[in-house]
Write a protein that binds this ligand. Structure first.
Ligand code: PEP
Length: 249
């Protein structure tokens, strides 16, 4: 059985008091689904979030990290630093990192390696741009993103990999892939994995959908057989909305 996962990516939102308030609100919500719940606050709020949620079932995860262990990389954070405060999962390759911070499949492959070397789980994000979809090139783009960043790994490494398909045209735009578009792409991703690593690996990897998931559309999207959860941006900033999505399974 694949894990259901709902992860909230707070992006560059919430200072420390706002983060504390949102966590207080999250703790008032009831979970009725079997989903693993995660939140990814900014680096400055990670420790406080981790302390507040130490005894709770919400996992605190990071939005990014550097591939080096330490050294002259001003402004960066390493996997071992995250690990030292208890963070065990990191989001890598978000389209905003790719677009605004020049992250490439090649640099992301190094980050994935660093996360795995530190026994950290990676939520690896990828997805096509609007022009790729319009030119019906979306599958080829997604396939090359996955192959370039992940296919150097041994099959065993996929125990610590979660995939997040996030069509760039659907992130923060209010535009969502239809449940059918999401299912078609997730099935394609699983087949791509199966062709390289076999069905056992492909069937065990959770594939999340991200892109304007809201309380009103989550049930239909999560109802598709190859959609194992969601990476949530805007709707993760409101505790009730976020839990409506968590409970959409
Ligand atoms: C995201 O940032 O990963 C995301 C999916 O954002 P939103 O839900 O706001 O589209």
């Amino acid at each position: 059985m694949r894990k259901h996962i709902v992860a909230g990516n707070w992006k560059m939102n919430n200072d420390l008091p706002q983060s504390e308030l949102l966590i207080t609100d999250l703790l008032k919500q009831n979970q009725t689904s079997d989903a693993e719940v995660m939140i990814a606050p900014t680096f400055t709020n990670l420790w406080q979030a981790f302390e507040s949620l130490r005894q709770e079932s919400i996992e605190v995860i990071a939005q990014n990290m550097h591939f080096a262990e330490n050294g002259a990389y001003t402004g960066e954070i390493s996997a071992s630093m995250l690990k030292s405060i208890g963070v065990k999962t990191v989001i890598l390759g978000h389209s905003e990192r790719r677009a605004y911070f020049n992250e490439t499949d090649e640099s992301l492959a190094k980050k994935v390696d660093a996360a795995l070397a530190n026994d950290m789980r990676t939520i690896f994000c990828f997805g096509e741009e609007l022009q790729d979809r319009k030119s019906e090139n979306h599958e080829a783009v997604v396939e090359s993103q996955i192959k370039n960043a992940l296919f150097h790994l041994e099959a065993d490494a996929f125990k610590n990999i979660v995939l997040a398909y996030e069509p760039v045209w659907a992130i923060g735009t209010g535009e969502t892939a239809s449940p059918e578009q999401a299912q078609d792409m997730h099935a394609f991703i699983r087949k791509t994995l199966a062709d390289k690593y076999g069905n056992d690996v492909a069937d065990s990897v959770s594939i999340l959908y991200g892109g304007s998931v809201k309380p009103g559309n989550a049930k239909e999207i999560f109802g598709k057989p190859d959609v194992d959860g969601g990476l949530i941006g805007g709707a993760a900033l409101n505790a009730e909305d976020f839990y409506a999505i968590v409970n959409a399974f």
